[in-house]
Design a protein around this ligand. Sequence first.
Ligand SMILES: CC(C)(COP(=O)(O)OP(=O)(O)OC[C@H]1O[C@@H](n2cnc3c(N)ncnc32)[C@H](O)[C@@H]1OP(=O)(O)O)[C@@H](O)C(=O)NCCC(=O)NCCS
Length: 168
Amino acid sequence: MHLRPGHPDDIPLIMAIERLPTAHQFVGQWSEDRHRSTLTGTDARYFVSEAGSGKLRAYAILRGLSEDSGAVELKRIVVATPERGLGRQMLTELIQIVFEDLHAHRLFLDVYEDNARACHLYESLGFLRRCAARRRQTRRQLLQSPPDVDARKQYRARKTATAAPKAP
Ligand SMILES: CC(C)(COP(=O)(O)OP(=O)(O)OC[C@H]1O[C@@H](n2cnc3c(N)ncnc32)[C@H](O)[C@@H]1OP(=O)(O)O)[C@@H](O)C(=O)NCCC(=O)NCCS
C-alpha cells in the first residue's frame, strides 16, 4: 500500500495538481472550500500518493460512501506527471480498497471520451463502458466495473492470477 488518506493540509497541492496543463482539460478545478467540505464530510474519501521526497504527486477521490447502494464512484484521479505507471498503481490499489475494505459491489466513474490515456487505463483494468451521455458535447461517458457480484469475482480472479506462482 502506498496511498495514504488525504488531509486538509494537502488541499493546496491537490488544487495545484488539478490545475496543471496535463490535467485541467480532463478534470474540474475545485475551490479550496469545496475540497475542504468534501474531504471532511462523510460521503467521500481522499487518497494521496507521495514521492520519496514526501512531496504530494497524485490524489484520488472516492465518493458515495454514505449511500447504501454498494456502488462507489471514483470521482477523480490525477497524477502530477502522467505516463510513468503511477495511475495504474494507484487505481489497482483503489480497486482493492473499494472491494476489500469498503465491501462495495461496484466501482464506477465518468470520463471524457477524448481522454484516451484514462480510458485505456480503466479498460485495461476491467472497467466496462456502460453508456455514453446523450449530449455528445459533454464529452462524457460512463465506465463501471462489471455488474455487481461479477465485479468482486473478477477482482478476486485477477488478484489470484497475480499472486499465483509463475512457471519456471
Ligand atoms: C489518467 C491518469 C490518472 C493516468 O495516470 P498515469 O500515471 O498517466 O497512467 P499510467 O502511466 O499508469 O498508464 C497510462 C496508460 O495509458 C497508455 N496511454 C498513454 N497515452 C495513450 C493514448 N493516447 N491512447 C491510449 N493509451 C494511452 C499508456 O501506454 C499506459 O498504458 P499501459 O500501462 O498499458 O502501457 C493521468 O494520466 C492523469 O492524471 N491525467 C490527467 C487527469 C485525468 O485525466 N484524470 C482522469 C479523469 S477521468
